[in-house]
Design a protein around this ligand. Structure first.
Ligand SMILES: [Fe+2]
Length: 356
């Protein structure tokens, strides 16, 4: 359940999801435009926030009936690890917020567990959906970026020890945000220029926290400082050249952007992966390095498990398996005829469109 305060919803915004009260009763139907009058009506009934029922596994669970047992087991396993990771990491971040202490061994263990779990359940990790909820934003975003870093690391064939460092770097890249005042960090509207300047400082704070305060390696600290730098020198804090950045910083820059555009938000549906990948390719060569973006995409599910698709044969179907290394050619189960079509074998069949 995701909590949304009425004050956060701008008038005139059509809501992308059903919203309910804390008992689960639907109060505002999907597609409704929020107006001042409606807000007043809700407030009169002492309703100051609504809940959106979401989890990163929603899209997978909606298509469970079509998936085979091995995949369902992988989903259950992944869910367990993801939940545990979230609980542990939130606890670490909360402790850090209140006492400036962080259990580095715990963080390393979380990263190692994720690396192992992703190796066993890669296609599920490729298919979970990022979620944006301001209350837990930093925590979930940190896990998502960490997962992307591991998948990316696989494409780049990083060594096992580098992989754990890449995962930790992804997990801690935004730790500097803990030093940004809530009125800016949680502001639902666009930041004013002077607020943006403060927000940008999370990079510098992050470096200082990781390097000087927690004693992390220069590499992990640099990622916090460098992950908003861009190839055209349009980034911050130092607008340095791309060639000066550490590989992990460039990787987080890509994961960070991808996660931001594919995550669900209150007002809009997430950009679907095939669209997000198209977007990444258009900024590749300008803000980001083309070759690296290509490698990143290699381990991203263009069509995640559970995606409803239309094939060029005219059949509708659901993606039930992702063929490793062939993101455009998954295994599809047709919905009317229950036929399995493995696009890796049936080379004349391809996905024409994603059905929403
Ligand atoms: Fe950041």
């Amino acid at each position: 359940m995701e909590k949304i305060y009425l004050s956060e919803i701008e008038n005139g915004t059509p809501i992308a999801y059903d919203l309910c009260n804390d008992k689960g009763t639907v109060l505002v139907k999907k597609g409704t435009q929020i107006t001042e009058a409606l807000k007043k009506k809700l407030q009169k009934n002492n309703i100051i926030f609504l809940m959106k029922d979401t989890s990163p596994f929603d899209n997978l669970e909606n298509s469970m009936e079509h998936l085979d047992e091995t995949v369902i087991n992988q989903i259950q396993e992944t869910k367990k690890v993801y939940k545990q990771t979230f609980a542990q990491l939130s606890r670490e971040f909360e402790t850090f917020k209140s006492s400036d202490r962080l259990d580095k061994k715990m963080v390393a263990d979380i990263a190692k567990n994720l690396v192992v779990s992703i190796s066993n359940n890669q296609q599920v990790y490729m298919s979970i959906q990022g979620i944006r909820n301001k209350d837990v934003y930093t925590y979930l975003h940190s896990i998502d970026v960490s997962i992307f870093m591991i998948l990316f690391g696989k494409s780049l064939q990083l060594e096992a020890s580098e992989m754990v460092d890449a995962a930790i770097a992804g997990m801690l890249h935004d730790i500097g945000k803990m030093k940004i005042p809530d009125r800016i960090l949680l502001k639902p509207k666009k930041l004013l220029p002077e607020e943006m300047e403060i927000m940008k400082k999370h990079t510098i704070y992050g470096y200082d926290i990781l390097k000087n305060h927690l004693g992390y390696s220069e590499i992990i600290a640099r990622v916090a400082k460098e992950h908003h730098e861009r190839m055209d020198k349009g980034g911050y804090p130092n607008a340095v050249g791309w060639e000066k950045l550490h590989l992990f910083s460039k990787m987080v820059a890509i994961c960070d952007i991808y996660d931001a555009i594919t995550a669900q938000r209150i007002y809009k549906k997430p950009m679907l992966p095939h669209k997000a990948i198209e977007y990444l390719m258009t900024v590749a060569g300008i803000h980001l390095e083309r070759e690296l973006v290509r490698k990143f995409i290699y381990n991203i599910a263009v069509y995640p498990l559970g995606t409803k698709v239309l094939l060029n044969t005219g059949e509708k179907g659901i993606v039930i398996n992702i063929n490793k290394g062939f993101p455009l050619r998954p295994m599809v189960k047709t919905t009317d005829t229950n036929k399995i079509r493995n696009l890796l074998i049936e080379l004349t069949v391809f996905i024409k469109e994603v059905l929403e």
